[in-house]
Design a binder for this molecule. Structure first.
Ligand code: GDP
Ligand code: IMO
Ligand code: MG
Length: 421
C-alpha cells in the first residue's frame, strides 16, 4: 500500500514538514520526481534542515528512504546533503537506497540551464538553475546517463561523449563560464555515490509492497508546476502529480491508497509565470513577512497572494486527492479580513476552469470575503476547538473542493499540527 503526499499549488506548501510528521507510520519514504530544485524544510531537535535530494523520512530510525527512477540526481548536492545529515548521526549507507535507473545531473546540465535562462531574457522561467530541464531533456531525448551506468567500465567514455554534445550547445549559446571546478567536485561526488546502496528500485519497492509494508511517496514542486497540467511553459520538467508516482517508482496504480494534498492557507509562487491571486500590495508583503516566504533552495522572495480554489479544485481533480492538509494557518492569525478566490473572469466571462494559457488569457480572480479569526490556535486539539471564523473558512474550502482538510499545520515545528478530522 502506498500513500502519497504532494503539493497542490506552486510548490513550497510545507510538504517536507508533513512527510517528516507522518514518516514514523511508514516503512519506506520514496521521492518519485524532481531533483535538487526542491527545498524541503524540516525541524529536527529544533534545528532547521533543508533537504533537496534526500527524502524527508531520513531522520526517523527504522525508516528506509528511496530515491526513485523518476528523480534527477545531482551527486554533488547529494554528497553535501549526506554531510549535513551526518551531523545528526544519520548514515546514508544504512537508510538510503537509490534506483539504478535514476538519471544523473551533469555539470554541463547546470551550465545549459543557466545559458538557456539567459537566452530567454525577460521571458525566463525563473528556473532554480539546478540543471533540471536539461537533465530531463536528455532523459526523454534518450541521451542521459543513469546511476547504474556508474558501475559500467565505459562510463567515462559515455560521459565525454555527452559532454561534447553539451559543449556544442553551450557554444551555440555563447556560454563562456569555466566549469572545470564543477567537474572536479562532480567526479569526487560520483565516488561517494558509488559507495551508497544502488538497487533495482522497482523490485526494491515492489518487494516492500509484497511483504505488506507501508510506503509513502513524497512529491516535490507542486501540481501547478506539473509539466503537463501546470502553467506551461512556466513549470518544472517532471510530472509532479500523483500519476508520476507510478512511472517514477515502478509501481501499479492499484497500490495507491491515499493521495494527501498539501496546500497553504494562502498561496505563494517563486519564479516567473501566471499567479492570478498574487498581491503586489502591503497585504502581500505582510504574508511574505509573517510567513517568512523566501525560497528554501534559492533564497528568492516568494510571491504571495490569497488562496485560489479554482487552481486547488483543478489540482484535486488531476491528483485524485483524498485528504487535505492545510499549512501555515498561523500566518493568517493576525489578518482581520481574508479573501478566497472562487472563480476567474476570462474575457469578461466567469469560469471555474483553468484556462489553456493563463499567461495569455490573464484570468482575473473573483473573491469571496471572510472575516479573519484574529487569534492563535495553539491550544486547539480538534475541529470544535477552532475559532468559529476559522471553522467557517475551513468548511467553505472543504465544501468547495469536495475533499476535507484533515490536518491544520500552525507553525514550522515538528509538532505544530492539529488533527481536525
Ligand atoms: P516544501 O518545499 O513544500 O517542503 O516547503 P518549504 O520547506 O520550501 O517551505 C515551507 C516553509 O514554511 C518552510 O520554511 C517551513 O519551515 C515552513 N512551514 C511549514 N509549515 C508551516 C506552518 O504551518 N506555519 C509556518 N509558519 N511555517 C510553516
Ligand atoms: P519544492 O519541492 C517552488 C519553480 C522555479 C521555476 C520553475 C522551474 O521545494 O516545492 P526548475 O528549476 O524546476 O527548472 O524551475 O519551477 N520551482 C519551484 N518552486 N518549490 C519548488 O520545489 C520548486 N522547484 C522548482 O522557481 O519557477
Ligand atoms: Mg520548497
Amino acid at each position: 500500500m502506498i500513500d502519497v503526499i504532494l503539493g497542490l499549488q506552486w510548490g513550497d506548501e510545507g510538504k517536507g514538514k508533513i512527510v517528516d510528521y507522518f514518516a514514523k507510520e511508514y516503512d519506506l519514504i520514496a521521492r518519485f520526481q524532481g531533483g535538487p530544485n526542491a527545498g524541503h524544510t524540516l525541524y529536527v531537535n529544533n534545528q532547521k534542515v533543508v533537504l533537496h535530494q534526500i527524502p524527508s523520512g531520513v531522520f526517523h530510525s527504522g525508516v528506509i528512504n528511496l530515491i526513485g527512477n523518476g528523480v534527477v540526481l545531482d551527486p554533488v548536492t547529494l554528497k553535501k546533503e549526506a554531510e549535513k545529515v551526518a551531523a545528526f548521526g544519520i548514515d546514508l549507507k544504512k537508510n538510503l537506497f537509490i534506483s539504478d535507473r535514476t538519471h544523473l545531473i551533469l555539470p554541463t546540465h547546470r551550465a545549459l540551464d543557466k545559458a538557456s535562462e539567459i537566452s530567454k531574457g525577460n521571458q525566463k522561467i525563473g528556473s532554480t538553475l539546478k540543471g533540471i530541464a536539461p537533465a530531463y531533456m536528455d532523459k526523454t531525448g534518450r541521451n542521459g546517463l543513469r546511476v547504474g551506468d556508474l558501475l559500467d567500465k565505459n562510463f567515462t567514455t559515455a560521459y565525454i561523449k555527452l559532454r561534447l554534445k553539451h559543449q556544442r550547445l553551450l557554444d551555440n549559446f555563447n556560454f563562456q563560464e569555466d566549469i572545470s571546478s564543477w567537474e572536479e567536485e562532480f567526479f569526487e561526488a560520483l565516488e561517494f555515490l558509488k559507495e551508497l546502496n544502488i538497487v533495482h528500485g522497482e523490485y526494491f519497492i515492489n518487494n516492500y509492497l509484497k511483504e505488506g509494508k507501508k510506503v509513502l511517496a513524497e512529491g516535490a514542486q507542486g501540481s501547478m508546476l506539473d509539466i503537463d497540467f501546470g502553467t506551461f511553459p512556466y513549470v518544472t520538467s517532471s510530472n509532479t502529480i500523483s500519476a508520476g508516482v507510478c512511472s517514477g517508482l515502478g509501481i501499479a496504480p492499484q497500490q495507491i491508497r491515499d493521495v494527501i494534498g498539501v496546500t497553504k492557507a494562502y498561496c505563494t509562487r517563486v519564479g516567473s509565470g501566471p499567479f492570478p491571486t498574487e498581491l503586489e500590495t502591503e497585504t502581500g508583503e505582510k504574508l511574505r513577512k509573517i510567513g517568512n516566504e523566501f525560497g528554501a533552495t534559492t533564497g528568492r522572495p516568494r510571491r504571495c497572494g490569497w488562496i485560489d480554489l479554482v487552481a486547488l479544485q483543478y489540482a484535486c481533480m488531476i491528483n485524485g486527492v483524498t485528504k487535505l492538509v492545510m499549512t501555515k494557518s498561523d500566518v493568517l492569525d493576525t489578518f482581520k479580513e481574508l479573501e478566497v478566490c472562487t472563480s476567474y473572469k476570462v474575457n469578461g466571462k466567469e469560469t471555474n476552469e483553468i484556462p489553456f494559457h493563463m499567461d495569455r488569457q490573464k484570468p482575473e480572480p473573483v473573491y469571496q470575503q471572510f472575516a479573519g479569526w484574529d487569534t492563535s490556535i495553539d491550544a486547539a486539539g480538534s475541529f470544535t476547538d477552532l475559532p468559529a471564523k476559522m471553522r467557517e473558512y475551513v468548511s467553505f474550502i472543504n465544501k468547495y473542493l469536495g475533499v476535507d482538510i484533515h490536518y491544520i499545520s500552525n507553525g514550522p515545528g515538528r509538532d505544530q499540527i492539529i488533527k481536525i478530522k
